[in-house]
Design a protein around this ligand. Sequence first.
Ligand SMILES: [Zn+2]
Length: 336
Amino acid sequence: MPREAAQPHPIAEPARAGFAAGWAASGGPMTERVRAACSAAVQTAIEHADDARILEVTVDLGRLEGMWARLFARREKQQADHMRAVAAAWRPLIDREAVAGAVDAVRLHAGLAEARRPLGELAAQALAAARALLRALADLPGWTALRTAVRTAIAAGRAEGMVNAVAIAAERLGARGVRLEWDIAFQHAYRSLERLDELWAETDTWLARMLDGAAGDLGRALAAAAEDGAPREEMIDAALDVLASDDVAAMAFTVDWAMTTAADDGALTLYQSEGVQRVDVITAGDGRVCETCIGYEAGSPWSSLDVPRLPTHPVCRCCYAADVSLSHFASWFTPT
Ligand SMILES: [Zn+2]
């Protein structure tokens, strides 16, 4: 006997349309997460079909999900753009001759020590050669361009964090009749950071981490190649693979981490200047959330004085959220 197709609940279609309208108003992209949230919202609407406000709630949910999708999409694009800019400034600093010098230093040591070499000594020697090579980058004329690219990335992260904080606040307030102009807000926030000297200090801290990471990667690659008795040219190529490939791991890792930290700093600084008392931690729910972030979310709200620092792990996309009056940000909004 053929199974009768289940009739959809009469509220299912209006709920789906309501969620879609809310999502469209947010200007956010369509993502897997938005789709899943839509199904969940329709299910909730069916369960609460007798609630007179349920469709209104569904529209709000659509707008909220769209806002988050937009926020994450913007951050991802910014990180990719700045990663490219930093890479473009980094690559010209890597000189084949200089790399060959580091390779020769490691080969000389490996050859001299032969079999009586204590375990780990070659690794230490390779790390020292890698560090010396990378330390010398700061004396090259191109170093300033790299430093500027990293500072620009951090400033962009900060500005975006400020915009995100206001976007989240507008959703929490259920602001009606106005729309956040993300790009205008970003330009405004970015300009406010132009003269912030502390960004240079942060830049140098992140650059030092980037060099440390690259030296570790290079040291390991050189030690492994020397251990294998690789010929000189092969060792040089292996070193260039680490330092000058399309995506230098230490660089990508550092730019991501620095920009996420900057975004979280930007949000917290904005809360401080707006006198915010309570701050929530919201996990990104993207499958990369760690126990620490889950704990911070569960412990929310935090007093703004002792809110734990984000990010807590690499590629952490968890966010702060707080109620902020929009009165100081009127120029970031347009009427709808
Ligand atoms: Zn996290």
